[in-house]
Unconditional design. Structure first.
Length: 250
């Protein structure tokens, strides 16, 4: 299987597992597309439609209406060039804002050593570390802690294959990341460093830690969806673009 397809299938499984933890969340594999409703996090990227092929493009309007009825913001996440009919229908429905999220992958031999002076990285098991990881992630993403809190709970920590990492410098939390083992891959999520701690290699070190822990557990491929800000960092770490995701929002 091509790396792009391995990444996409693992991404689907990771979201499906997360949704399974919440009674009011849904990840439904429908004919031609995936439907995601995640009320605990009412932001567009966590609620929407992921097309698989163009056969069900006419169903997009009804699927998005389901999210409207739930009072949730919504999005359509496409893989560039793979589902042009879905993309055209999304734009017709007013989803004209576009954000590229490069899908990137790396193998164990691709990753150089990534250490940061004075940084101590540990795996979070709960307690104060969990609170600090939440606060660090929220500050790094510029989001209210309440918006991210559903992802930083003991139940999520106990999810199969889920690992949360926290970096401290001089005892203070400065960066965080998440690794999710899916089959023979490890997905890297929520790499976040607050602005005042950037430029010191902390984000690179937390990304590398999550990837290497996954490789040590048997993963053959590490992958992630990159923001524009993080893309050059991941390239320096040895990640390569294998897919282009485009998030369409109103």
């Amino acid at each position: 299987m091509a790396e792009a397809e391995r990444v996409h299938q693992a991404l689907r499984t990771a979201f499906e597992r997360m949704c399974g933890l919440f009674d009011d969340a849904r990840f439904e594999r429908r004919e031609g597309y995936d439907f995601i409703a995640f009320p605990p996090i009412p932001i567009a990227q966590f609620n929407g439609v992921w097309p698989l092929d163009d056969r069900s493009a006419p169903a997009l309007s009804a699927a998005l209406a389901e999210l409207d009825e739930l009072g949730l913001p919504s999005s359509v996440q496409v893989r560039r060039g793979r589902t042009p009919a879905f993309e055209a229908e999304a734009r017709r429905l007013g989803f004209g804002n576009e954000l590229e999220l490069p899908g990137m992958a790396a193998r164990s031999g691709d990753l150089p050593s990534a250490e940061a002076s004075g940084l101590a990285v540990s795996r979070v098991s709960g307690g104060r570390d969990l609170d600090d990881a939440l606060e660090t992630a929220a500050a790094g993403f510029g989001a209210p802690a309440s918006a991210m809190a559903p992802l930083y709970t003991p139940d999520v920590l106990a999810l199969d294959g889920f690992s949360l990492y926290l970096g401290r410098a001089d005892g203070a939390p400065v960066s965080t990341s998440v690794g999710v083992d899916v089959d023979d891959t490890v997905g890297i999520f929520n790499v976040a460093t607050p602005a005042e701690h950037r430029g010191r290699g902390y984000g690179a070190a937390l990304t590398a830690t999550a990837a290497r822990e996954g490789f040590d557990s048997g993963a053959e491929l590490a992958w992630l969806q990159s923001s524009a800000m993080g893309h050059s960092l991941y390239e320096r770490l040895g990640f390569r673009d294998v897919e282009t995701y485009v998030l369409l929002t109103r």
